[in-house]
Design a protein around this ligand. Structure first.
Ligand code: ADP
Ligand code: MG
Length: 252
């Protein structure tokens, strides 16, 4: 089979488009050159192309998952200054970045004062999960409670709960900044209790567990929730003063 190389190349591109293999489309010329130079077998060449396609698909899915998560900004573990948080173990976070807690449907609780990196860590863990193709959603607790309350008003709370249930990781940020009313507290409780042992959840809060009763308004509800969450949760405690304030003071 000897055809003009350029015509073959055009046909390859057309077939790849038809078969929706854009990853191979991008690289096959370069991979072909490398294969010739290094004397790869045809099978090695084929394998490399297929792997490139898989990789590019994974990237696409990961990008979509990150987009869908609705992070307020993109923060990564690499950007986290562990030196500023001696109580937060880098090894532990690296372990959590492997996302076994997602598969085990555990909760991660990030607890500590304002400005100490809880949201940063929550987003970073969410990004790791999204990169592993897990469905992730980020909400400020107050926002989700508002959404739930609205849905309830419109008789659509079951629909919203079902939608939330599809997320393998739900990140609830800043629980405790603003107390909920009774309805809001109950709705949020139902979401969290429903995820227990079925889905992973990340919660960040500037309140100590003993203060959660204030947010949920009801001690019994809170005790039940903490019982469930706490049982198998990974608790990461941040401490000290606000990272930014500290940096500003250092720079003065
Ligand atoms: P919190 O949620 O605990 O109030 P944030 O995660 O929002 O704190 O942190 C406030 C800002 O400071 C963010 O821009 C965050 O990226 C940054 N920050 C906080 N702690 C660290 C840290 N240890 N290393 C790098 N950046 C940090
Ligand atoms: Mg925060």
């Amino acid at each position: 089979m000897s055809r003009a190389p350029l015509i073959v190349e055009e046909q390859v591109v057309a077939e790849l488009r038809e078969l929706r293999l854009p990853g191979i489309s991008k690289v096959f010329r370069e991979v072909g050159r490398q294969a010739r130079q290094e004397g790869w077998t045809q099978e090695e060449y084929l394998l490399e192309l297929l792997q490139q396609e898989s990789r590019s698909r994974l990237d696409h899915v990961a990008q979509r998952r990150i987009r869908e998560a609705g992070f307020p900004s993109q923060k990564t573990l690499d950007q986290f200054d562990f030196g500023a948080q001696p109580e937060v173990s880098r090894d532990r976070l690296i372990r959590l970045a492997r996302c076994e807690w997602v598969k085990a449907c555990q909760a991660v609780l990030l607890v500590g004062p304002v400005g100490t990196g809880k949201t940063h860590l929550g987003i970073a863990l969410g990004m790791e999960a999204a990169q592993r193709r897990h469905r992730v959603k980020f909400w400020r607790a107050e926002e989700l409670v508002r959404l739930l309350t609205e849905a309830r008003g419109q008789g659509e709370v079951t629909k919203l709960m079902k939608k939330l249930d599809r997320y393998e990781v739900l990140i609830l940020d800043e629980l405790g900044f603003i107390p909920f009313d009774r309805t809001g507290a109950e709705l949020l409780f139902n979401v969290l209790a429903g995820r227990y042992q079925r889905r992973a959840t990340v919660i960040s809060s500037n309140l100590a567990f003993s203060e959660w009763g204030r947010v949920f308004g009801e001690e019994k509800l809170t005790a039940a929730l903490l019982d469930r969450l706490g049982e198998r949760a990974e608790v990461v405690s941040t401490s000290g003063s606000s990272y930014r304030m500290r940096r500003q003071e250092e720079n003065r």
